[in-house]
Write a protein that binds this ligand. Structure first.
Ligand code: PLP
Ligand code: COI
Length: 365
């Protein structure tokens, strides 16, 4: 029943929108995830009824019973994608149906209801159209869209999943995720903590994965690194992904990225890069790489570059690697040509400066 119903959104515009001057002040220096637009989306779900009360509302706080399930058992999931101001002034998102599909894959794992893909995309369109003035025009900036779903039944029992949920979308103008722009990041190998184990929730974009990651991310920062790199749960040797990004390794004109074993997030940027790299005549393999192979490859000069990729991070070079008992530099520590070429191609398609040969760009307005 949840996939068949066609929802129509009730639109309630805010009567306290930020002034043009206030908005411009935010857009001059948006940072990442710190400022939000004037509106938000809210759709409710009740078991036996399905999705209902689809609304565009003024952005604002929620009032929830302290017994609400999400506060106790973290039955929650989210997505992340961006709206890009196109070269011709229009606004588009990138592969939103891929986010919709991943949202539903996460929902199935978290015993939450699927949202019809059209409703997911329609909710993004409505929010972006309404708050279109918040889509930055500065080069490299975008409007980050954060759809999410929480369990809203007020009950503490764990004998059955929540019988009520709320889907929401908020939007936040964004500059680069890393303040240094395309500056290479340093990474910390987490051998002490595990992000995801076989059979767990690694492939789902659920908040709990991130909650469990903060201790290692803090350790990375305490060790002078920007980001944590997760290793496999069994041997703590094979590279999986980073805090909010997938990883690629470059061996001359060959790329290697960790295979989707179920313990890492199937990134949409990762998937796009695999296709784009093929278009550019690069060979791409999905496999595995141990930290020993990573280090040896850099020392022999065979492994020439490494980069992280994700919606927020786009494509970010990795410059140095550090662990409890080792550390090395990748190449000469500066962004490599393959990384920069792929970044240029991807950003070119996302912002409408290059042809969209795979039909990835979804025009909104
Ligand atoms: N891995 C993790 C853990 C993430 O949070 C993200 C960000 O969404 C990614 C990878 C990259 O995914 P995508 O390219 O779809 O943004
Ligand atoms: C994204 O790239 O959308 C992410 O989810 C990364 C992070 C902000 C969680």
């Amino acid at each position: 029943m949840t996939t068949a119903q066609k929802l129509s959104f009730d639109v309630q515009l805010t009567d306290h929108a930020r002034t043009v001057a206030e908005r411009e002040q935010v857009l001059a220096n948006p940072g990442f995830g710190q400022h939000f637009t004037d509106h938000m989306i809210s759709v409710d779900y009740t078991e036996g009824v399905g999705w209902h009360d689809a609304r565009l509302l003024p952005y604002g706080p929620l009032t929830l019973d302290p017994a609400t399930s999400v506060f106790h058992y973290a039955q929650e999931l989210f997505e992340g994608l961006k709206a890009y101001r196109q070269a011709n002034g229009s606004i588009a998102t990138f592969r939103p149906f891929a986010n919709a599909a991943r949202f539903n894959a996460s929902a199935l794992r978290m015993a939450m209801p699927e949202l019809p893909e059209e409703t997911f995309v329609e909710s993004l369109e409505l929010l972006v159209q309404t708050d279109r003035e918040w889509v930055p025009t500065t080069e490299g900036h975008s409007l980050y869209l954060r759809p999410f779903m929480i369990a809203t039944q007020a009950a503490l029992g764990v004998n059955y999943p929540s019988r009520a949920y709320k889907y929401m979308v908020i939007a936040s103008p964004a500059a680069s995720y890393f303040s240094g722009g395309v500056k290479p990041v340093s990474v910390w190998l987490s051998t002490e903590y595990t992000r995801a184990a076989p059979g767990g929730t690694g492939f789902a974009k659920c908040g709990g994965n991130y909650a469990a990651a903060f201790v290692a991310q803090r350790q990375a920062v305490e060790n002078g690194c920007d980001q944590v790199v997760w290793l496999d749960a069994v041997e703590h040797r094979y590279v999986e992904e980073m805090g909010g990004m997938n990883l690629f390794f470059v061996f001359g004109n060959k790329l290697l990225t960790p295979a989707l074993t179920g313990t890492l997030l199937p990134g949409i940027t990762r998937d796009s890069i695999i296709t784009m790299a093929g278009d550019l005549g690069l060979e791409v393999a999905e496999g595995r790489l141990s930290i020993e192979e990573w280090q040896a490859g850099c020392e022999s000069g065979e492994l020439t570059e490494a980069f992280a990729c994700g919606t927020a991070a786009v494509i970010t070079p990795v410059g140095t690697v550090k662990g409890a008992d080792r550390g090395w530099t990748i190449g000469d520590g500066t962004p490599g040509p393959v990384t920069l070429k792929l970044r240029d191609e991807l950003v070119g398609v996302q912002y409408g400066a290059r042809p969209d040969t795979h039909d990835w760009v979804h025009k909104i307005c």
